[in-house]
Design a protein around this ligand. Structure first.
Ligand code: SDX
Length: 396
């Protein structure tokens, strides 16, 4: 019945809930986590401070900071049985397929944190998920390259531990590079939360049925995988590599003409956003991080970085993009810096999921803490056949 519902093809892009966690002003290009600008958190806090902030609403004091870091560190190992779960996958399985399975499988191990309506259970599930995601992502990577898993080490930082689990081997001491450690920690901060995006709405809707926290987060991992969402960083890097193969900067004009041709179906991946109709503040910070890491690694002339900057320059001066308010989003530069760190393209979205886990949990807990919340049940605008009868004699 038209008039009863507002039909929105964007599904849920009307206000789906109220929240006090993250604020985005799409026109100004502003992003605040619990009121703090992303630019300040990315340079004056670390990822675990940001996790504490998103979960509790305030930055930690010194004692809280130490306790939280220790709590997370002491939950980084996963049950040894998880290795047998991994063995069921083909070695060439996409890491997001593996991660979706691994995160859901956590539900089978932690019975003291599966009752989503019990605040104590939610609290320990949050710590376990934040602590174990780096271990699971690194295990998915090691399984794919056929190397032994590296156990987490409690004397390393959150990002440092992840780097060692990814790139360390039992054959030699792995030295964590402070530049890569800082860059990765910043990448985690930039991806930590982003209001009611597709995967966060998925986690809220899934958790509202009363399922366990691990299953709800696994649903978020599955949704984030899509190229229109978290999979855009992988798609963007593949796009840059394609253009590079075809001739690089010299071919940018030709590529942009294809993007502007509606029938080509070609999009400038890493550009545009459902909310930002100005520059995504995370893209600026990601480009700065890119500069720092490439300079540190002596890769200032990285051809893909030059190509990305050329694409951005052309797009920001081209009417097609200006009129549609299309600007770089968080995914445009994140692939280049992750590739420089040594992370394979297929793992980019896994890193996004690792970092976004705290945002999903904070948003889920905010919903569950509201005594008024009920199971989500979006309605529809029915456009099918009116009531009719099966023809007599239809079934012989
Ligand atoms: C993330 O929601 C979040 O917060 C997500 C995220 C988070 O942190 O959780 O920010 C992470 O998902 C970032 C977005 C990553 N996705 C991509 O980079 C994929 C490429 N971008 C597009 O798919 C698109 O921009 C969307 C889906 C991201 C946003 O689409 P919009 O804002 O709804 O814009 P639209 O699809 O309505 O397009 C408006 C116009 C259209 O042209 P017209 O029909 O008006 O002629 O702009 C065009 C679109 O065709 N357009 C693009 C484009 N994005 C939109 N044209 C070329 N290249 C693009 N990237």
């Amino acid at each position: 019945q038209t008039g009863m519902f507002t039909y929105d093809p964007g599904f849920l892009s009307t206000a789906s809930c109220q929240s006090a966690i993250t604020y985005i002003d799409g026109d100004k290009g502003e992003l605040l986590y619990r009121g703090y600008p992303i630019e300040q958190l990315a340079t004056q806090a670390d990822y675990l401070d940001t996790c504490f902030l998103l979960l509790n609403g305030e930055l930690p004091n010194e004692t809280e900071r130490g306790d939280f870091h220790k709590l997370v560190t002491n939950h980084t190992m996963v049950n040894e049985q998880m290795q047998f779960f991994l063995r069921g996958f083909r070695r060439d399985a996409h890491p997001m397929a593996v991660l979706t399975g691994l995160v859901g499988a956590l539900s089978a191990f932690y019975h003291d944190s599966t009752d989503i309506n019990n605040p104590k259970h939610r609290e320990i599930a949050a710590i376990r998920l934040i602590a174990k995601m780096p271990t699971l992502v690194a295990m998915a990577y090691k399984y794919g390259v056929g190397q032994p898993y590296m156990y987490p080490q409690n004397n390393l930082s959150y990002a440092g531990n992840f780097l060692r689990m990814m790139f360390g081997t039992p054959c030699e001491e792995y030295k964590v590079s402070p530049v890569l450690e800082r860059a990765l920690d910043r990448i985690f901060i930039l991806h930590a939360d982003h209001e009611q995006n597709a995967s966060t709405s998925t986690v809220r809707l899934c958790g509202s049925s009363g399922t366990n926290p691990f299953a709800a987060i696994a649903a978020g991992v599955a949704c984030l995988w899509g190229p229109a969402h978290g999979g855009a960083n992988e798609a963007c890097l593949n796009m840059l590599e394609d253009i590079q193969r075809q001739g690089g900067v010299a071919k940018v004009g030709e590529f942009m003409e294809k993007v502007k041709d509606k029938n080509s179906g070609v999009k400038l991946m890493g550009f545009g956003h459902r909310v930002y109709k100005n520059y995504d503040p995370r893209a600026k910070l990601m480009q700065e991080t890119c500069n720092e890491v490439l300079a540190e690694l002596g890769l200032e002339n990285d051809p893909l970085f030059k190509l990305a900057k050329e694409l951005e320059k052309i797009a920001l001066e081209d009417d097609y993009f200006v009129q549609r308010k299309l600007y770089p989003n968080v995914d445009f530069y994140s692939g280049i810096v992750q590739r420089a760190i040594g992370i394979p393209v297929s793992l980019f979205t896994g890193i996004f999921a690792l970092a976004r886990t705290v945002g999903w949990i904070a948003q889920l807990n905010e919903m569950l803490a509201d005594p008024e919340y009920k199971i989500g049940r979006p309605r529809q605008l029915f456009t099918g056949s009116a009531r009719r009868d099966v023809p007599a004699g239809f079934k012989k």
